[in-house]
Design a protein around this ligand. Structure first.
Ligand SMILES: [Zn+2]
Length: 256
């Protein structure tokens, strides 16, 4: 009789184990099916933002002229030759491309799609052509990278240029450009960079032909000995371009 009881108990235990196994398998199947569905949902929700980076100038300026805006009677040089470093003797177009390639790398690592107007110095692309390139790619934002020069070697600091609010050609892209500039400015200042301000410009060919929002960063003054040397430091460039990327992140996060 005792044996029989033990046998019954064993059978009951085996039965319980089998039932729990079955429900485990069911749960596992559920979990797996959830897993296979989740990534698909995320892929459709997250949109990839596109950025055009325009490293200012090129090896040789082009003094031929082009219209400063659509149907404009005013003409300006296609692309000027830019400034050069007082300490480094580096031409601006070289510095601009160094920083731009860092920005490209940072943005791509964060999942942005990046278009470059140039990735070498030996090109001939006018400011109007650069703007039209970005228009055709229908990018979400253009970032133009430049450096300043002045006869006064004491002047330092970055400046952020945006298309004019009341500009004949640029009123439609003012608001987005301005918002983006504010976030870039905020991130740069919070990380110790001196920013002289955000300035509206109605005279820049590269802005007037743009149908997509655009900000132009003058990283600092190559005419100041210390700032020129700083701007050539890879670590300094990396830090500043991280601020620009953080500004873009903030802009897209807060965009309605
Ligand atoms: Zn420049």
């Amino acid at each position: 009789m005792k044996k029989y009881k033990i046998l019954t108990t064993i059978i009951m235990i085996i039965g319980l184990i089998m039932i729990s196994r079955a429900s485990e398998t069911k749960n596992l199947t559920k979990a797996v099916s959830n897993l296979t569905f989740t990534p698909k949902q995320e892929a459709t929700v997250k949109e990839q933002h596109t950025i055009c980076i325009d490293p200012g100038h090129q090896a040789k300026g082009n003094s031929q002229t082009e219209q400063v805006g659509p149907n404009s009677g005013s003409y300006k040089a296609k692309v000027s030759s830019g400034t050069a470093g007082i300490a480094t003797k580096k031409p601006e177009y070289e510095l601009n491309l160094e920083a731009s390639l860092k920005l490209k790398h940072i943005l791509e690592s964060r999942g942005y799609k990046v278009y470059m107007t140039r990735e070498s110095h030996d090109v001939d692309i006018s400011n109007k052509e650069r703007a039209i390139f970005a228009n055709e790619k229908k990018v979400d934002m253009v970032v133009r990278i430049h450096a300043d020069g002045s006869d006064n070697t004491g002047i330092t600091g970055a400046s952020i240029l945006i298309p004019s609010k009341d500009g004949q050609y640029t009123s439609a892209i003012f608001e987005d450009s301005s918002n983006c500039a504010k976030y870039v400015n905020e991130n740069m200042q919070n990380n110790g960079f001196k920013v002289n301000g955000i300035f509206e410009r109605s005279d820049l060919t590269g802005f007037n032909w743009s149908q997509v929002p655009v900000v132009l960063l003058e990283m600092g003054f190559m005419s100041n000995y210390t700032e020129d040397q700083n701007m050539s430091s890879p670590q300094y460039q990396e830090k500043m371009m991280t601020c620009v990327a953080d500004g873009l992140d903030n802009y897209f996060k807060n965009k309605k």
